[in-house]
Design a protein. Structure first.
Length: 93
């Protein structure tokens, strides 16, 4: 007979926990995003930068949220966004 309980006695419901990411979170305004491909592209190119812990892209709002281990390198982030064919227009309020 199988059990949903783990060896430590807690119950497993099959749900996945989301890890909490510590760091500095900065929101950027990005122009030119229109679809899921844009989201995937920006998530990849920004996520590959040193010190980037997480990237969340909101295509509809034109916002990219970047969590970094330290202070973000705005110039480098703007560079990879521009190289990918989009325009980082600044930090969002």
């Amino acid at each position: 007979m199988s059990s949903c309980c783990t060896p430590d006695g807690s119950c497993s419901t099959g749900t996945t926990r989301t890890a909490t990411v510590e760091g500095t979170t900065t929101v950027y305004a990005v122009a030119g995003m229109t679809c899921g491909h844009c989201k995937a592209t920006l998530t990849k190119v920004i996520g590959e930068l040193d010190g980037v812990l997480a990237v969340e892209v909101d295509v509809a709002a034109g916002r990219v949220t970047v969590t970094t281990a330290g202070a973000p390198d705005d110039a480098r982030i703007a560079e990879v966004v521009d190289e990918a064919g989009y325009e980082l227009t600044g930090r969002a309020a």
